[in-house]
Design a protein around this ligand. Structure first.
Ligand code: CAA
Length: 283
């Protein structure tokens, strides 16, 4: 299938980055959100991030303007029915995602490929809540989307070969690299990354090191661009906790139990950069 237009559900951290990279690669993008303010903020952020790429000579001014002109927004989910590929990047809660799919599916063209940017939820289970499990798959970007090279592609049990091949082609056109993962809890990246972040929180909880010493040790000791606690703040502590819970529930192994300190921060509403407070204070 030749994908020309893309629907993006959600204008948050991941959704606006996804709209950015598709528009820059020449796709017509229709982005939707339940909040008008979120759509407006997303357009401003995308423009600012494209501007930054222009100022660093990564793209030309014409490419920036072309990308912005290819992004349209709507608050009506049904408008995405005419697109060739839909990427859902809503909140990482299964009930939210399935409710969106149920509302959207009656409006989709039969050939449209439906995907989710979920970082951990079962693709097979999400697919089963749609009318097209064979045309459904996981299309998982990393944050910040315009910078990170990887897209994890996850096939559900029923995903057909054509759908997978089409998505591999789309990832290539985006100039990114696909890694294929089987449909098990948290796939590859988060299966490995989140237990490391969770262990960093335990290291803090047990008083082995301070926030600064843990991050500095991992940055300087293992050449990670960010320390694990800084990275947790960047991803969002609620997302980190949600992924640990998926691993714990799905793999039934105590090695995945979320650190009580991570739970406490989320309960406090200290979710990281997006709330100005996490392991670091951004106020
Ligand atoms: N849009 C466009 N470009 C951006 C950007 C954005 N949102 N954010 C940063 N950049 C660009 C900058 O322009 C800069 O480009 P050049 O190299 O061409 O100059 C480059 O990225 C580096 O940015 P900065 O110099 O501002 O900052 P930095 O050197 O500290 O790097 C970082 C920032 C890229 C975020 C780096 O710290 C990093 O790689 N951190 C780790 C990120 C990571 O691990 N992400 C994966 C998280 S896991 C995930 O996403 C999966 C999940 O499901 C939870």
């Amino acid at each position: 299938m030749d994908v020309k237009s893309v629907g993006v559900i959600g204008a948050g951290q991941m959704g606006n980055g996804i709209a950015h990279v598709f528009a820059l690669a020449g796709y017509e993008v229709l982005m939707t959100d339940i909040s008008h303010d979120a759509l407006e903020a997303a357009l401003r952020l995308i423009d600012g991030n494209l501007e930054r790429q222009v100022s660093r000579d990564k793209i030309s001014e014409e490419e920036r303007a072309g990308a912005m002109a290819r992004i349209r927004t709507t608050m009506t989910l049904a408008d995405l029915g005419a697109t060739d590929l839909v990427i859902e990047a809503a909140t990482e809660r299964e009930t939210v995602k399935t409710a969106i799919f149920e509302d959207l599916v009656p409006h989709l063209k039969p050939e449209t490929i439906l995907t989710s940017n979920t970082s951990s939820i079962s693709i097979t289970r999400l697919a089963s809540r749609t009318d097209r499990p064979e045309k459904f798959m996981g299309f998982h970007f990393m944050n910040p989307v315009p910078v990170m090279q990887l897209v994890e592609l996850i096939r559900g049990i029923a995903t057909d070969e054509d759908t997978y091949r089409t998505c591999v082609g789309v990832v290539e056109k985006l100039g990114k690299t696909a890694a294929s993962a089987e449909d098990f809890p948290a796939f590859i990246v988060n299966r490995i990354l989140m237990p490391m972040i969770n262990e960093a929180v335990y290291t803090l909880y047990e008083g082995v090191g301070s926030v600064q010493s843990i991050d500095s040790a991992m940055k300087l000791g293992t050449n990670h661009p960010m320390g694990p606690l800084e990275l947790a703040d960047f991803i969002g502590l609620d997302t980190c906790l949600a992924i640990m819970n998926v691993l714990h529930d799905g793999l039934a192994d105590t090695k995945y139990r979320p650190c009580p300190l991570l739970t406490k921060y989320v309960e406090a509403g200290w979710l990281g950069r997006k709330t100005q407070r996490g392991f670091y204070d951004y106020r």
